[in-house]
Design a binder for this molecule. Structure first.
Ligand SMILES: *[C@@H]1O[C@H](CO)[C@@H](O)[C@H](O)[C@H]1NC(C)=O
Length: 365
């Protein structure tokens, strides 16, 4: 039953719910996953960079196979891990920066995501994270390595047939909301949403370049060169792009403001960004020949889990899993803290969906 729902969940990501055939549609065939974004999808790249944002210690990983902390900001698996096993590709998507990656890992896909990063290069830059633009650079290195293993033609075929999952933006909005970058001075709420959407569009497609005038072309040439770096132009065709969380319900945010209810103003900014994202992705799909682009709504399932925890078997939703209600993330969350109940909370360790909420997301999608 559960397995069937999971299969349906994946189908649903690519087919609208209104489509009466969605429950019986064939599972999309992918033999390859590529993952970009923040801690919601970082499977451990943070272990291999100088960033101070680390999760390679307990209780992270407590519900992961063999109970090992992997560098995922979760007690267990992340959504792309579940999707990879659902597609029968592998049990989990390894981090690209892992020096022990096998040829098989390269052939079947990896994660380029970096915890605490955003679409905006400024987001948490001081923490040494890898922003989206640098993740594209890593992807280029990855392609070179893949070509070395399977040859150019097969590499192109595999990338064209890969499922690309992108989950970012959360940290952009958190930094904006908490006024941690100069973006707060630069933009109002709607302006910042549009700015992030522009960055996202560039990430997938490359900057739009109008080549009407010769003079303009001179500006465009370097841009055209940049275009060749972007995901679509690098051969990506199937995208599942996640909206942002109800970030106002993150335990770390509520704790910082000494409140025990979700920050509704931050949630409102996130929610209206998500609505604009759905519209943008619809337009993008129309304009990119051969593309399949799905927006994955994680906001609604998560907020439902926060408001109706018992429906999903959770006990605690307002606090991270360390259970103190303080800012429980990275080094502040360690084995010395009282451990969580076995189901963990919805947003584990102050920040991310837990193993159980990731699974619930797929089960209820
Ligand atoms: C936000 O800024 C834009 C331009 O920067 C402006 O057009 C718009 O009216 C502003 N919105 C609000 C609600 O102030």
């Amino acid at each position: 039953m559960a397995a069937l729902s999971l299969l349906q969940a994946l189908v649903a990501i690519f087919i609208t719910k209104c489509d009466a055939t969605w429950a019986t549609a064939a599972l999309p065939k992918f033999s390859h996953i590529l993952v970009f974004g923040d801690s919601s999808v970082d499977s451990g790249n943070s272990n291999y960079i100088k960033s101070v944002i680390k999760s390679n210690h307990y209780p992270y990983g407590l519900n992961f196979p063999y109970h090992i902390p992997t560098g995922r900001f979760s007690d267990g698996k992340l959504i792309p891990d579940f999707i990879a096993s659902l597609l029968n590709i592998k049990d989990a998507g390894p981090p690209f920066l892992d020096p022990s990656l096998s040829d098989y890992d390269i052939r079947t896909g990896v994660s380029f995501a970096s915890s605490a990063s955003g679409y905006d290069d400024l987001t948490n830059a001081a923490l040494g994270v890898i922003p989206a633009s640098k993740q594209l650079e890593m992807f280029k290195n990855y392609i070179a390595r893949l070509k070395g293993i399977v040859g150019e033609e097969e590499a192109n075929r595999r990338i064209g047939g890969s499922l690309i999952m992108i989950s970012s933006g959360n940290n952009d909005f958190l930094d904006y909301y908490n006024a941690l970058t100069r973006r707060r001075l630069q933009f109002n709420d709607t302006g910042f949403q549009d700015f992030v959407l522009d960055l996202l569009q560039n990430f997938v497609l490359g900057p739009v370049c109008i080549t009407l005038l010769l003079v303009l072309m001179m500006f465009c040439l370097p841009l055209e060169m940049r275009i060749s770096q972007e995901l679509y132009n690098l051969g990506g065709r199937s995208f599942a792009i996640f909206g942002v969380f109800p970030n106002g319900c993150l335990p770390i945010q509520m704790t910082a403001r000494l409140v025990h209810t979700c920050l509704e103003d931050l949630n409102a900014i996130c929610q209206s960004y998500n609505e604009k994202l759905v519209a943008l992705l619809h337009d993008l799909k129309e304009s990119l020949p051969g593309s399949r682009i799905a927006s994955a709504n994680i906001y609604d399932p998560l907020i439902d889990m926060v408001h109706h925890p018992q429906k999903y078997g959770f006990v605690e939703t307002r606090r991270g899993c360390c259970g103190t209600g303080l800012i429980e993330v990275a080094l502040l969350c360690n084995i010395a803290k009282p451990l969580c109940n076995k189901y963990f909370s919805v947003l584990v360790l102050g920040f991310n969906p837990s193993n159980r909420s990731s699974l619930s997301f797929l089960l209820t999608y």
